[in-house]
Design a protein around this ligand. Structure first.
Ligand code: DC
Length: 703
């Protein structure tokens, strides 16, 4: 995926369709470790692909687990059966707390009983994340643990002598008020040594984040381990416990990620068309599923079953909410943004933990919500959001925090906010929507790499709100290259309209239809079955299911295209197809009549030219590089003749739109041309100037 310094979201006014959620991070890494500890092979379906799961997979492999990913993306893990296969390893665990804590516990127990030496380290930030509570719980059992850096922090070395025994007859005590991950780590490690007698874990202090312990207990049960607990303070792993692979296991979609789409449905799924969310359902084992109750309290209509949810707007505006959010700390951020669309102030309390997450989320949320026009007050453990009276186009900082980016994207539904109560009633007067600029949008990769693609797949905007930049110009002016570079820089869709005419010419040839038979060619154009590759397949094209990426670029195809493009009925047939490309978040449209005929209201039109000498030289280079002999003088004469014909022709003549900006790129590099057009575009944007944005590396934004 290309890197984007920013992504502009147009004002959105609808949401419908289906979103498939990526797997839950918490479940993914627990399942991987459990599969690695038990005997036999476990097929893990819908595993989250992210940095944190990648380090866990690498660690399992280093420990001797066999891993195989099949064609359907299912990861097959063959576990150790509780027996170390290697007795020495150095494991690098990045910044994955969900790998460090449970692996430390499991390897401490295995090394102590079977002998071995394991070093666990991570990125510098990982070495600032405390692990003392876990070390303090494990040492009294007889586990050998050396802290290789600061006491109480990774890196750690875990060691023991073969045949060593652990003191597990006494209750094992662990603090529960700093992180529930330490208890989770013990719950997953100690079944390895609960053969002869019960193992009891006692929580010292109040246990925070109980929902995450519920996930752990639930998954342990799937792997054959029953744990009894008394009031979340005393946990008993029964004698004779033994890990058993469930054979296959599905990783639920991430319930925190679901919150953004539940919110989008509550705000924008109207007219009886629900927004469907697949991968997580009302039966979810994740605590954040209780976000559904909060969303309902604000007015969302939510239905659901196993593995799916359907959400629609219930009441509008949303009902303001006052809620203690201790039970849903991550998803509660989404409620703060829903507060923008409420009928009064929304007050969320019990969120002190926000202050110590990826960033100080209370401060960050307050600052960014104020930018769109909300009134926000905050305290040590609460935030209160009063909806904007006047929405503003805002440049949103994301603080290298995936949830800030995903949450604030929901501010772009402001086209639905309606007029403020102060200006005459929300439902009566629609306000023009305001675009929202998200800085460093790729920070969503931590849990939801394709978040924006998923959002754009279900979000709608009225066409006037979806920006279009048109790039017209003569043959060989470099339109295609410029347009593709602009689309990549902005994260927009790209319409290569010439490809539509080329494809029409090709099917006419395939079907033996004369390129001059206007009615027949127009019928083919109207039924064009053309697919452009996305993501990893970008740049490739299929026509009637057959790949035509190369055929489309052939000179002969260009000649056919030039003939069929002169037929008015063909142009008409392709018109609607081209309009349909105007989709969220924006479109760069390349072709000679994009600014004049197809998108006459485009907010920026570029007419690209270059001297015939330059264009002839470029075309010459292109042909020679393909091994096609060519002569510059002939090419130039050809181009000049074609220009003259194109200007004169009655159908779609080549001419700049009156409001087009001319860009003569004869002496410009591609980068210069792109920078020039982006500069023009920036001048038309309502955002505050951010001179350093383009140069800022992703993640470098600061509060
Ligand atoms: O840009 P290109 O070489 O792929 O265009 C192929 C032919 O289609 C060329 O003769 C110009 C014509 N065309 C057109 O008439 N209108 C467009 N919007 C795009 C291309």
């Amino acid at each position: 995926m290309y890197e984007l310094p920013f992504l502009d979201l147009p004002a959105l006014d609808g949401a419908s369709g289906t979103v498939r959620l990526p797997g839950s991070k918490s479940i993914s890494n627990r399942v991987l470790l459990l599969a690695g500890l038990c005997a036999g092979t476990t097929a893990v379906h819908d595993l989250l692909a992210s940095d944190d799961t990648r380090v866990m997979l690498a660690a399992l492999q280093a420990l001797g687990c066999a891993l195989r990913t099949d064609a359907d993306g299912v990861v097959h893990v063959t576990g150790l059966g509780g027996q170390l296969a290697v007795h020495e390893a150095r494991l690098f665990l990045g910044n994955a707390g969900t790998a460090m804590r449970p692996l430390a516990a499991a390897l401490a127990v295995l090394a102590a009983t079977q002998g071995g030496s394991f070093e666990l380290s991570g990125v510098p930030r990982m070495h600032e994340r405390p692990i003392a509570d876990l070390v303090d719980a494990l040492r009294p059992l007889g586990c050998g643990i050396d802290e290789l850096g600061a006491p109480g922090y990774p890196p750690l070395r875990l060691h023991g002598t073969a045949g060593g025994r652990l003191q597990t007859r006494q209750p094992i005590r662990v603090r529960g008020d700093v992180s529930s991950q330490f208890l989770t780590a013990l719950l997953m490690a100690l079944p390895l040594v609960a053969g002869e007698h019960d193992v009891v874990i006692e929580v010292v202090g109040e246990l925070i984040s109980k929902p995450y312990i519920e996930i752990t207990l639930n998954l342990l049960a799937r792997f054959g381990i029953e744990v009894q607990h008394q009031a979340w303070q005393r946990f008993t792993i029964g004698r004779g416990s033994r890990y058993r692979s469930p054979g296959a296991i599905h990783v639920e979609g991430d319930a925190s990620s679901a919150s953004y789409f539940i919110a989008a449905g509550a705000i924008a799924a109207r007219d009886g068309a629900a927004l469907r969310i697949e991968g997580v359902g009302l039966d979810s084992i994740q605590g954040d599923i209780r976000f559904v109750d909060a969303a309902r309290a604000m007015g969302a209509q939510v239905r659901g079953g196993p593995g799916w949810l359907e959400v629609q707007r219930g009441r509008w505006p949303l009902a303001a909410l006052t809620l203690d959010c201790k039970h849903i700390p991550d998803a509660a951020m989404t409620l703060a943004v829903m507060g923008l669309y409420a009928d009064g102030p929304t007050r969320l309390s019990g969120i002190a933990s926000w202050r110590v997450k990826e960033t100080d989320r209370i401060a960050a949320m307050a600052a960014e919500l104020r930018k769109v026009g909300a009134q926000v007050s905050e305290g040590p453990d609460f935030i209160e959001v009063t909806p904007p009276l006047d929405w503003r186009a805002a440049t949103i900082q994301t603080y290298d925090d995936h949830r800030m980016a995903m949450c604030l994207s929901l501010a772009s539904f402001n086209a639905l906010a309606g007029a403020s109560p102060a200006s005459g009633g929300r439902d009566s007067l629609p306000v023009p929507g305001r675009p929202v600029r998200i800085l460093d949008p790729r920070c969503v990769g931590k849990t939801f790499p394709d978040y924006f693609e998923a959002l754009f797949g279900v979000a709608h905007a009225t066409p006037e709100n979806v920006p279009v930049i048109t790039v017209d110009g003569p043959t060989a002016s470099g339109k295609g290259t410029l347009a593709a570079a602009l689309a990549a820089a902005l994260g927009w869709h790209l319409l290569d309209s010439g490809a539509l005419y080329r494809a029409t010419g090709l099917v006419a040839q395939w079907d033996g239809v004369s390129p001059d038979d206007e009615a027949a060619v127009a019928r083919l154009a109207a039924a064009l079955d053309l697919r452009f590759g996305q993501g990893g397949e970008s740049g490739r094209t299929w026509l009637r299911g057959r790949e035509v990426s190369e055929d489309l670029r052939l000179e002969a195809t260009g000649v056919l295209a030039s003939r069929v493009s002169a037929l008015p009925a063909v142009r008409k047939a392709l018109h609607g197809l081209q309009l349909a490309w105007r989709k969220v978040p924006g479109l760069v449209a390349d072709g000679r009549d994009m600014g004049t005929v197809v998108f006459p209201d485009a907010p920026l039109k570029v007419f690209l030219t270059a001297s015939p000498a330059q264009r002839a030289q470029r075309r010459h280079k292109q042909l020679i590089s393909k091994g096609i002999p060519a002569n510059i003088a002939d090419l130039r004469a050809d181009l000049e003749a074609r220009d003259a014909r194109d200007r004169m022709r009655s159908v779609a003549p080549l001419k700049p739109a009156e409001d087009a900006l001319l860009l003569d790129n004869s002496d410009l590099s591609i980068e210069d041309s792109v920078a020039q057009v982006l500069g023009w575009w920036e001048q038309r944007r309502p955002f505050d100037a951010l001179p350093s944005v383009a140069a800022r590396p992703p993640g470098a934004s600061s509060p």
